[in-house]
Design a binder for this molecule. Structure first.
Ligand code: SAH
Length: 342
């Protein structure tokens, strides 16, 4: 069976050439062709011997992800891509003044079952390969005609439920022979899979970690996010503390504001108490209402009160700008909509 070339880390490709008794420097040439020259065909890799090009074409596939659908406004551009097996995945480009960021999907559907999230309605069909994640970035860059300097793994899926492929993806895009992205320009967002957080802290070039918290007590969090029944707040706090101290990095805490559910000032106080000792930034997220859920977003007044209350504790708090609401950019919404249409 052929392997996707975009799923190969530099080390794996190096191993492949060593197995062929070829000069290992070939891996650097291939990475250069793929990620710097954006070459789309092995036959065009001119400085490789014909026999090497033939071997690559025999052993690997090289395919760009076609864009099925695209929706754009001034702040975001949402892409729907077609995978080789006919399924579709989405990525969202967020146009920030300080540099664009691409939000990529890591799984086809998601099994975490968070009650507020559209992705969870579409159960996980399979993990995405590293190459399918690389493909989202390359296709979006090609469509924009420019590099995209920041990545957030916050699309559909739970990155730590696809740990190996997610790490290969990060290794590929940060490799010096290719795209050479800065590890700190990559943020991985998790719903709180503690074993993933514990492993992730020991990678040699750590990335930013974001944790979707959404509640400051176990009873509520378990109701909103089933993962909390397996790894409770104490486990999660411990693993975040370790991550912050091993990597010497601030963690981003995501907190979705749900009207009448977690947006009381008492909730803000509980959140502040919980996070007091953690080196973190709290990002308050307005809920993107979906037609399948009765949950409502907090009112602007309550959002403001919650924000101000947290600030009083001296915590770093930001209020996420709403970028994509009007074009269904919330997690899973475009894909869900497309599946409903077909
Ligand atoms: N599984 C990972 C990453 C994907 S979800 C995680 O849970 O972090 C990315 C973020 O979007 C999470 O913080 C998630 O809780 C949030 N989210 C999900 N549905 C949303 C909605 N309808 N409106 C706003 N944010 C949502």
């Amino acid at each position: 069976m052929k392997k996707e070339i975009y799923s190969c880390t530099f080390t794996q490709l190096d191993g492949y050439f060593e197995g062929m008794a070829e000069n290992p420097a070939k891996a650097a040439l291939v990475f250069d062709w793929l990620y710097r020259q954006k070459c789309l065909c092995f036959a065009d890799m001119e400085d490789l011997k014909a026999s090497v090009r033939t071997a690559l074409a025999r052993d690997f596939t090289l395919r760009r992800l076609p864009i099925l659908q695209q929706q754009e406004n001034e702040q975001v551009c949402k892409y729907l891509f077609e995978l080789e097996d006919g399924h579709s995945i989405e990525a969202v480009l967020m146009k920030h003044g300080y540099g664009h960021a691409l939000c990529v999907s890591t799984q086809l559907g998601c099994n975490m079952g968070c009650i507020f999230c559209e992705s969870g309605r579409l159960k996980k069909l399979r993990n995405l390969s590293a190459g399918e994640m690389v493909g989202q970035l390359l296709a979006a860059q090609a469509e924009r005609g420019e590099n995209i300097p920041n990545l957030v793994l916050m699309g559909i899926g739970e990155p730590f439920d696809n740990y190996e492929q997610v790490c290969s993806f990060i290794d590929i895009v940060t490799d010096v022979h290719g795209l050479d992205m800065g590890p700190r320009h990559i943020t991985v967002s998790t719903c709180g899979l503690v074993p993933g957080i514990e492993r992730f802290q020991f990678r040699s070039r750590p990335n930013n970690l974001a944790v979707s918290l959404h509640a400051a007590n176990d009873a509520l969090r378990s109701q909103l996010m089933p993962i909390n029944r397996a790894y409770n707040l104490q486990d999660l706090m411990d693993s975040m503390q370790k991550y912050a101290s091993t990597t010497r990095q601030k963690i981003t805490i995501e907190y979705l504001l749900l009207r009448g559910i977690n947006d009381d000032l008492d909730d803000a106080d509980a959140l502040a108490r919980l996070l007091r000792q953690l080196n973190c930034t709290i990002n308050l997220i307005p809920y993107n209402e979906t037609s399948h859920s009765k949950l409502r977003r907090s009112t602007p007044q309550q959002t403001r009160r919650f924000f101000e209350r947290l600030k009083r504790y001296g915590l770093y708090v930001t209020l996420r700008k709403e970028l994509g609401a009007e074009i269904h950019a919330a997690c899973g919404q475009l894909r869900a909509q497309q599946m409903a249409d077909t």
